[in-house]
Design a protein around this ligand. Structure first.
Ligand SMILES: C[S@@+](CC[C@H](N)C(=O)[O-])C[C@H]1O[C@@H](n2cnc3c(N)ncnc32)[C@H](O)[C@@H]1O
Length: 244
């Protein structure tokens, strides 16, 4: 598999297949690398995202691009034993690892994992009180379509929450972080997993819309009350919006 260096090289169907194959290859080391490369801060980011969904006990929630299901498991705590959480992803090896974690979790009865595409969610309209996506929207071929699908399956009044990498804007932190993210991270990723995947990561973030643009896309899809907050000096951003 060749390294992605330029957005124009991998688009459309080709990008979907590339992304699915890439996550299938890195799945066995995905959780380890997440913890190592983020110094375990990713747990805190997902914790904040789960709270941002503003779920109540008994609610139903969907986690799109759920991967190894960390956020789905966290959401299950929010909705309790009377609630229901579904995690959906199009990469079977990621879901299988997620399933092992779900089975061991305290809320395994209320959590279901489903194989499916974020661009054609296999759920009826108006079903979930909240829909989340963590580090997934950057990987989908059509961001607007993915948000439109999330909008469709949300109940009126329901909330979408999107956790994604961003660009730290404050200096000198931004420059130091860029050195780490664009050089050291692909190097460590290459040593412990597949280098092309950990070269793809900073490249995909570089081409990902700025936080204002992403908020605008969400509004265009129909979400209201769209806001975002930066975490860890803007390394990640959490966008949220409501389906009226
Ligand atoms: C970086 S991982 C994030 C996984 C998880 N949400 C997390 O926070 O660790 C991105 C996930 O998005 C999934 N993905 C990418 N495009 C997708 C699509 N169109 N439909 C479903 N899943 C998709 C990948 O298979 C992968 O598991």
């Amino acid at each position: 598999m060749s390294t992605i260096l330029d957005k124009s090289q991998v688009v459309g169907e080709q990008k979907g297949a590339y992304v699915r194959n890439m996550f299938a290859r890195i799945a066995p080391r995905y959780d380890l690398l997440n913890s190592l490369l983020s110094l375990r801060i990713h747990h805190y980011w997902r914790e904040v995202a789960a709270k941002e969904a503003k779920l109540q006990q008994g609610d139903s929630a969907l986690d799109v691009c759920t991967g190894t299901a960390d956020l789905a498991i966290r959401l299950a705590k929010e909705v309790g034993t009377d609630g229901a959480v579904v995690g959906v992803d199009f990469c079977l090896p990621m879901l299988q690892l997620g399933y092992t974690k779900v089975r061991k979790s305290a809320h395994h009865r209320s959590t279901t994992l489903v194989l499916g595409d974020a661009l054609a969610l296999p759920f009826a309209a108006n079903r979930f009180r909240a829909v989340t996506v963590a580090f997934g929207i950057r990987n989908v071929v059509d961001i607007r379509k993915a948000f439109a699908e999330m909008w469709r399956v949300l109940k009126p009044g329901g909330r979408v929450v999107c956790l994604e990498f961003s660009h730290p804007r404050r200096e000198p932190f931004g420059s130091i972080y860029n050195l780490y993210f664009h050089h050291l991270l692909p190097f460590i990723g290459g040593l412990l997993s597949h280098q092309d995947a950990y070269t793809y990561l900073p490249t995909s973030v570089r081409y990902f819309p700025e936080r204002e643009q992403l908020a605008q896309m969400m509004r265009e899809v129909g979400f209201v009350e769209v806001t975002w907050r930066e975490l860890t000096s803007g390394i990640v951003c959490i966008h949220s919006g409501v389906k009226p």
